[in-house]
Design a binder for this molecule. Structure first.
Ligand code: PLP
Length: 436
């Protein structure tokens, strides 16, 4: 995969563009989404798995789903829809949106919809409606009540079971986080025993390991556990069980030379080893990619508009809010690279960055150093690299923000064509949302 970041003429280029030139031309604060990065990531992961499938004569498919939840920008989801094998939803509203996309793009009606999340009647009703339209929809059952409702429909809906993963977390995390999703062993046994008396078709075993950067040993442990304990059991009972769905959490960052060809080969070999032991046919492998599809497609750029000297190092104040731009970093420790993008050959000074809100926590410096190195120049721009996943959902894009700061001008770039998706939010736009 091509490198996204490059230093040329002492400036940072991203996806072939000078970020400084874009900042000067369009003004800051600025948010830029490169749709072709979404396409490149999807096409390239699919190609890695296709190569591994060929190399191993693997007789089944790799199915790439875009996890919509990562970014609800319509253009971002549509771009993913074009190149992925389907869309993964996590709520009734997400499914309404997905259904709308399937209606608007009938040429992709052959693709999959895979439904996760806790489901009430509205969500289940929409799944039934879509199933009746002949779209390939798989409901991943997350609770027994959902199973009972689907069973009552009497329809031949394709279903999967989400396996509850016990807390098995990264050593990097101090706290163990609990995960409320999935079915417990007794519920799985009940469904496995009961489903033969229904019209439902069990096709998929699903797990999703949440909340930490990819670590091969943890991934392998969860993967093997779910495969050995649940996939094998279900596949031995029902020939219809042909998909193993490994959820999200595909390794990142793409830019740092991770070998996806090697990874795809490793994952397929893991499955082959586990199936060979049991003499089972190899399943299709499903992957629900949120962060991998969307994170790297977006960068934010701010200008340093003032300096204050109240502490050990100078505070460099930017024309926006770091806290609003990267809520996932502040709330959950998601790594997002923050760096100067111009004057990279100039003398560097130790400093802190601060947003222009009144919030004491709207600050950034490298935790391990206690400061960030910044060029000592008059016109300095700061880039936040990789804000394309989950930030918009968490910061309420389109809303009223901290200190009434306006949202960045929003640019979309696709194959060299630059479109202004929205101008810098105006005070009138904000009043409207406030119902003033
Ligand atoms: C069921 C499920 N699948 C996929 C994803 C996407 O995960 P990621 O963003 O790590 O790809 C999530 C994220 O919460 C999820 O809950």
């Amino acid at each position: 995969m091509k490198r996204l970041k490059e230093i040329k003429n002492n400036e940072l280029f991203y996806n072939g563009y000078s970020l400084t030139a874009l900042a000067r031309k369009y003004g800051t604060p600025l948010k830029i989404t490169f749709l072709d990065v979404i396409k490149d990531h999807i096409v390239s992961l699919k190609a890695s798995f296709d190569k591994a499938i060929k190399k191993n004569n693997y007789p089944a498919k790799f199915i790439y789903l875009n996890a919509n939840k990562a970014n609800y920008g319509a253009l971002e989801v549509i771009e993913a829809f074009k190149h992925a094998d389907g869309l993964e939803t996590s709520s009734y509203y997400d499914l309404l949106f997905t259904h709308e996309l399937f209606n608007r793009y009938p040429e992709y009606k052959y693709k999959y919809i895979v439904c996760n999340g806790y489901k009430l009647d509205d969500y289940i009703g929409e799944i039934i409606k879509i199933h009746n339209e002949g779209i390939k929809i798989i409901d991943i059952i997350d609770s027994v009540s959902e199973y009972v409702a689907l069973k009552k429909s009497g329809l031949a809906i394709e279903v999967g079971m989400r396996i509850h993963i016990e807390a098995m977390y990264s050593e990097k995390e101090e706290e163990i986080k609990n995960d409320r999703f999935g079915l417990m062993d007794s519920e799985i046994d009940y469904i496995l025993n009961d489903i033969k008396n229904t019209n439902l078709t069990l096709s998929t075993i699903h797990f999703h390991q949440r909340g930490f950067d990819y670590e091969e040993d943890k991934f392998e442990a969860n993967f093997e556990k779910v495969f050995n304990k649940y996939y094998i059991k279900a596949a031995k009972l029902y020939k219809s069980v042909t998909n193993f769905n490994m959820g999200g959490g595909t390794p990142l960052p793409v830019d740092e030379g991770f070998d996806y060809d090697k990874w795809a080969n490793y994952v397929l070999n893991l499955i082959m080893k586990l199936c060979n032991k049991e003499g089972l046919p190899y399943p299709n492998l499903m992957s629900e990619n949120g962060k991998y599809s969307q994170k790297d497609a977006t960068v934010n750029i701010y200008k340093v508009v003032g300096i204050k000297y109240t502490d050990k190092y100078p505070w460099h104040i930017v024309d926006g809010s770091l806290l609003i731009a990267m809520p996932e970093m502040y709330a959950l420790g998601e790594p997002i690279e923050v760096r100067p993008i111009n004057g990279l050959d100039q003398e560097m000074v130790k400093g802190y960055l601060a947003g222009i809100t009144c919030d004491c926590d709207d600050v950034y410096f490298e935790k391990d150093k206690g400061y960030i190195n910044l060029p000592k120049i008059d016109e300095l721009y700061i880039g936040l690299m990789g804000t394309g996943s989950y930030q918009n959902s968490m910061n309420g894009k389109g809303g009223v923000h901290h200190c009434l700061l306006p949202e960045e001008k929003d640019l979309v770039i696709n194959d060299g064509e630059v479109t202004i998706r929205s101008e810098l939010q105006s005070i009138e736009d904000i009043y409207k949302i406030m119902k003033l």
